[in-house]
Write a protein of this length. Sequence first.
Length: 578
Amino acid sequence: MRQSYAMLLRQSLLLVGCPYLCLQNQRSGFHSQTQLVQQLQNSTNFVSRTGDAHRLFGKMPEPNVVSWTSLMAGYIDANQPEVALWLFERMRETSTWPNAFTFSTAVNACSILADLKTGRKLHSRIQMLGFQSNLVVCASLIDMYGKTNQVDEARQVFDTMVYHNIVSWTSMMAAYAQNARGHDALELFREFVRLNSDPPNHFMLASVVSACASLGRLVTGKVTHAAIIRGGHNSNDIVATALVDMYAKCGSLNYSTKVFRLIQNPGVIPYTSMIAGAAKHGLGTFSIELFKEMLERGIRPNDVTFIGVLHACSHSGLVDVGLEYLNSMYTRHGITPEAKHYTCTVDMLGRAGRLDEAYQLAMAIQVEPDDRALLWGTLLSASRNHGRLDFAIEAGQRLVESNQQVAAAYVTMSNTYASVGKWDTAHRLRSEMKQQGIHKEPGCSWVEIKNALYVFYAGDVQSCVRGSEVVKLLSELEVRMKERGYVGGSNGLVFVDVEEEGKEAIVGLHSERLALGFGLLSIPKGMTIRVMKNLRMCWDCHEAFKLISEIVGRDFVVRDINRFHHFKDGSCNCRDFW
């Protein structure tokens, strides 16, 4: 009888895609897990089958470690990781000892839940029981620490491993890429290539492409794309989606569209990436056309898709269209709008100057602590841009109270006061920052030339590559811009109480201008100069880039923290709305 129950449980859990049994039988690790999960995503009775497996499990007189682990894995695949952890605790109360796959499954549950506290406890137990060198366990720990933003701890696990396989290498690269440490991901990939004769798999290549996307490294991304084609991975949906995202984030939407159109049957994730990419480039109409195309093909949007759609409407001034899509989320698609969707709507209203509506919406919605900073930061930025000191003060105070983005709040509030001539209050806020040890993120921009990255900081000419040549070129260009009516620092965007000449000097050395000057000196004519910036591009530099594109007859692409700007023949694709 005991054997028949085990057989029934095994058969039931094969139906729900138990990754543990796949690991036992096929020794193919994460590949089998992913395939089974993909096959079962559209099953309407997925969760009910897990319940059947649990009932069979309950009838077993003495379930062994395989049974416990299999049931835990079934609940994870049924999107109930908290039940998997509960089962792990219940198993500890019995005489059954967990094995490597049990720990890997429990850690995976922590990864899904972003439960760092429980994950660390599991790590300690793993070390006590001697599983700290197991490949499967270590890969799960690396993934868990990566998903909980503890990248250094993930690297500690990686470095203590006696032997690395393709899964552990990939997990560590993914952890770097997911936590905005693309440089480290690319460095690790170079180390993998140097130490291993085996070719990278499609999961690793997707992580490398994602790292290139986060850094805006188009040349490196293209080189990786070539390796993907040589390795025969270009038809893989995971890789193709990563490429769509990478090309869009590197300012090459044409390549992004080409890769997207080569996907035979794109699902919701490739469509969402393409919609979001077009939105970043200010092509709101194109994003909406893609969304409609997706619906016509019977592909159901998810909550992230609507983030892309609302973002597209926000950056293209399509406010009423965006409000219609917000209202349709639940009524037509059965998706309940969350705080992130309402924050996008606040941004959309704020950019269009409809500050009263944006404020009312911000006050009306219930926001979790982790989402408050984004909401009030969005309203604060819009209030500053439209000179609404009343809303800016309240949004700034709430942002400070959230204890997140405090430096950004102080700087934006100070700039808002300065923009309306209240210099005493602006200086007082700056003094408070210094007293409290709050430091603003320095503005920096970078360009990639022949697979090398050149970084420039605002006002830092001494460490600037070819600094004297760059300053001389920018000065010459400024003379020619003034002949066309340009006045540097004239838009109230220099938030220091200085004379007009001083304002010109400050704005003239913004990081994006230094990067552009270097690009003009170093990148051959006919090639687009692509500049990446970690902050929002200021209005004055935006006007300068338009004029310079006409003067020198070249195309520039700037990616700031919000979107892309394509400068050509004296104009920008954003139409001065961003």
